[in-house]
Design a protein around this ligand. Structure first.
Ligand code: AMP
Ligand code: MG
Length: 355
């Protein structure tokens, strides 16, 4: 078996550890009004400041309607979504798409350029090859030949966006906005909550969080960042200032099992293989769509490639990267270090765009 694509999770190296869902976890104060619902195949939670308790029901319903509408437009799992229609019409004709889908595709391309292609919404055919996006999980590792063939279809410049339409230039191409859509949805929900006069709230959508105001006069919103090697514990807590967003991407979040090995859902579009060297990435910045796209991008770029991307976003983006190796290393930008209360889960190292 090729060692490429092998996810060396802690599970394989230390039996006591368990692979997990990586969601940064909000330490919910029991008295705060909070409601959860499912959308985009995952869990979303809305929490309001205590003085808005009577508004939790209508606010949650409204946010849910926003998330569900975006899911109908952008799900790769629904044959009636705009994203599926774009794939069906690949190499044939442009498709008129809803405004939000157009915006997400434009942002996807922009992050694709800024990340030198490691964030790539056209990596979808490869994700399917590895058994993601509803495709059957293969019994054996995909051959280099089949990966090479699909790599020719992975190029975000092959997605032509013009005047509200989207066109994939080659038959067989498809797009997957799973690395950016939840962050975009949070920002839309954030705008709605502010426009509805809600001052203090937290929106958590499967590892992507954005907050406004504070839960109480005495404290900021607190987010826990999962230890990627131990489901039951966290690396530390972040006190999140009003307006800020945080997003975590983890190899243990979603994976397939092929011949007894785990392969992560995040694909390196340069090689066609699932990413192997990163265990988790948490990004902190001013909006959820940037946090979401960049957590996926830094996850692919790994420690070596992240500095180059960071240069384009310093100082507005902060980052915590945990490589997939033992002993645990926490690589942090100075700004991340300032807001993280660490549990000493591993040794810390400074990360900057300089070295
Ligand atoms: P996240 O959990 O935000 O890191 O997003 C992971 C999801 O993004 C995957 O489940 C895929 O839907 C999609 N994805 C996988 N690889 C890439 C990539 N290289 N660039 C952009 N999106 C990706
Ligand atoms: Mg993402």
């Amino acid at each position: 078996m090729s060692s490429k694509g092998l996810i060396r999770t802690a599970l394989e190296r230390a039996r006591a550890c368990v692979p997990l869902n990586s969601h940064p976890r909000f330490f919910q104060t029991p008295e705060l009004p909070s409601q959860a619902f499912r959308s985009m195949g995952t869990l979303a939670t809305i929490t309001l400041g205590s003085d808005c308790a009577d508004r939790i029901e209508p606010v949650t319903q409204h946010v849910r309607a926003i998330f569900d509408r975006l899911e109908r437009e952008m799900s790769a799992y629904r044959s009636d979504s705009a994203i599926s229609e774009i794939a069906r019409m690949a190499g044939v004709a442009p498709v008129k798409v809803p405004a939000d889908t157009y915006q997400v595709l434009s942002l996807g391309q922009r992050f694709g350029s800024l990340s030198v292609g490691v964030f790539n919404i056209t990596a979808a055919p490869l994700a399917s090859l590895w058994g993601f996006n509803g495709a059957a999980v293969p019994n054996t590792l995909p051959s280099d030949q089949s990966i090479g063939k699909l790599l020719k279809l992975v190029d975000h410049r092959g997605l032509v966006l013009h005047d509200g339409t989207a066109f994939l230039s080659l038959k067989g191409m498809s797009v997957d906005v799973g690395g950016i859509a939840k962050g975009y949805a949070i920002d839309r929900a954030y705008d709605y909550c502010l426009s509805a006069g809600i001052r203090d709230f937290l929106i958590d959508f499967s590892g992507n969080v954005r907050v406004a105001g504070r839960p109480s006069r005495r404290e900021d919103w607190q987010i826990g960042v999962r230890d990627p090697f131990d489901r039951s514990s966290i690396i530390g807590k972040i006190a999140l200032p009003s307006g800020m967003a945080v997003s975590t991407s983890g190899s243990y979040e979603r994976f397939v099992d092929i011949l007894g090995q785990r392969y992560s859902h995040i694909i390196d579009p340069r090689t066609g293989y699932p990413v192997t060297e990163t265990a988790s990435v948490t990004v902190l910045c001013n909006d959820a769509v940037t946090a979401d796209a960049l957590s996926t991008a830094f996850f692919v770029a790994g420690l070596k490639g992240s500095r180059e991307i960071l240069k384009k976003f310093t100082p507005s983006v902060d980052l915590l990267l945990v490589p997939d190796r033992f002993p645990t290393e926490l690589w942090l930008t100075p700004g991340f270090g300032n807001v993280l209360t660490s549990n000493n889960a591993g040794q810390s190292f400074p990360l900057s765009d300089q070295r």
